[in-house]
Design a protein around this ligand. Structure first.
Ligand SMILES: [Zn+2]
Length: 422
């Protein structure tokens, strides 16, 4: 190779890497400060590579930067959903393990991940594949490798359940040996090896079913607990040993009290919580994740009027409890349980939590700052701060006065890459 040719090649390499590193300045009418619950005017973010370099009303404009003017919109952190199911889709809950193969479901999950990202969800905690084993690990890895578009994921493999419990394939002909939606562990001796197996296969955290079938009689909400307090404590200790956490499906006491005493990271659904449980959750910063959106969807799409009435009564009960939980200072994260209802529509959960008693600023704090904590990314997502990942969306208006703007983001950036720019 001649010196001239070598120099030319070096220049090409230098300029192409310079292009890849080209800083981006996002400019919009406003920027949301989630921690302070206020809007800055105008709003700018300087992005270098996958990270935020500066954010505020005005940032440095490097000479080589590309500026993206987002007009009369508000820049804010990408949305977080702390309770998703990439492996579920509407109309086939419960029968997917029977009718669809795991490879089929994995491809559908990849499409769901894309839909969620395009809707502005840049990070999610996926609460169980519901029978697709650890295929969520493959989806998460493919996203991380840039092979498919999707949110930053925390995945749990199959949820863990007791035999005959919440997600066992009850109601099917036993002679068919229908595959259930969970992995089974009946006691501490079975929990620990199963958790180690899931961890080995790449799970980020563990999901346990702590309550079974729900019933509401008059004003009394009941759901039988599944694991004892000692069993949950053993599971949490094992998760902590591996540097991770446990989230529980848990609709009521005493399971919620056992879970809170054991030190789980979140109590998902949380329809009924006793004063003692709420106090513990506040003291230990255990997040409640109400998942209102899925119940609303199920009630609206129930085939039998009796089912719709039952779901609506449960929902009304939960809304009243939610107000009590808010008053008691229970910390919340925002999780929609999307999957049984269409992926990409789950900003509905943010709307419902505002409708049911939170201020918009509280919902945004719960969704973004608490969500980031629950996902184990408190120092890298959920706020527009220097050093954080450039997971940024633009919404057409002020989410502090109009939460509905979250449902129609006009711009989505994840990890510094522009995913969507209307
Ligand atoms: Zn769920």
């Amino acid at each position: 190779m001649t010196l001239r040719r070598a120099l030319t090649l070096a220049l090409v390499v230098a300029s192409s890497s310079a292009f890849a590193q080209q800083p981006i300045v996002l400019h919009a009418a406003h920027l949301l400060d989630v921690a302070d619950g206020k809007l800055l005017t105008p709003g700018e973010v300087l992005v270098e590579g996958e990270r935020i370099k500066e954010a505020g009303a005005h940032v440095t404009h490097p000479a080589n930067a590309r500026t993206i003017d987002l007009g009369n919109s508000t820049l804010m952190p990408g949305l977080i959903d702390a309770h998703t199911h990439l492996f579920l889709h509407p109309g086939n809950e419960g029968l997917q393990t029977v009718e669809e193969s795991i490879p089929q479901r994995t491809l559908t999950a990849a499409a769901a991940a894309k839909a969620d990202l395009l809707a502005g969800f840049t990070a999610e905690r996926d609460m169980g594949t519901e029978g697709a084993k650890c295929a969520d690990v493959a989806v998460r890895n493919a996203i991380n490798h840039g092979e498919i578009p999707g949110p930053r994921m925390r995945v749990s493999c199959n949820a863990i359940d007791i035999l005959g419990g919440h997600e066992d394939a009850i109601g099917f002909n036993p002679e068919q040996h229908v595959l259930s939606n969970a992995d089974f562990a009946n006691n501490e001796a079975e929990l620990i090896p199963l958790m180690r197996e899931q961890h080995k296969e790449g799970s980020d955290f563990f999901k346990l079913y702590e309550t079974g079938k729900d019933s509401l009689v008059g004003d009394e909400f009941h759901s039988p607990y599944q694991y004892t307090e000692a069993e949950l404590a053993a599971a949490v200790a094992e998760a902590h040993r591996m540097g991770t956490t446990v989230g529980v499906h848990c609709t009521s006491d005493p399971g919620a009290l056992y879970a809170a005493r054991a030190g789980v990271a979140s109590i998902d659904h949380a329809d009924q919580l006793s004063p003692e449980t709420m106090k513990l959750m506040r003291e230990k910063n255990i997040f409640a994740v109400p998942t209102f959106a899925v119940v609303e969807y199920f009630a609206a799409h129930a085939e039998k009027p009796a089912s719709a009435a039952r779901l609506k009564a449960m929902d009304a009960y939960h809304r009243e409890q939610f107000k009590k939980q808010l008053a008691a200072g229970v910390p919340f994260a925002v999780g929609s349980d999307v999957g049984p209802f269409p992926h990409g529509t789950q900003a509905r959960e943010y709307e419902l939590m505002a409708e049911y008693g939170m201020t918009n600023a509280q919902v945004l704090h719960a969704g973004l700052i608490n969500g980031a904590k629950l996902l184990g990314w408190a120092d890298s997502i959920g706020q527009l701060k220097p050093g954080f990942y450039a997971d940024i969306i633009a919404v057409p208006g002020d989410p502090l006065t109009n939460i509905h703007v979250l449902t129609t983001p006009t711009f989505v950036m994840k990890n510094g890459d522009v995913i969507r720019d209307k």
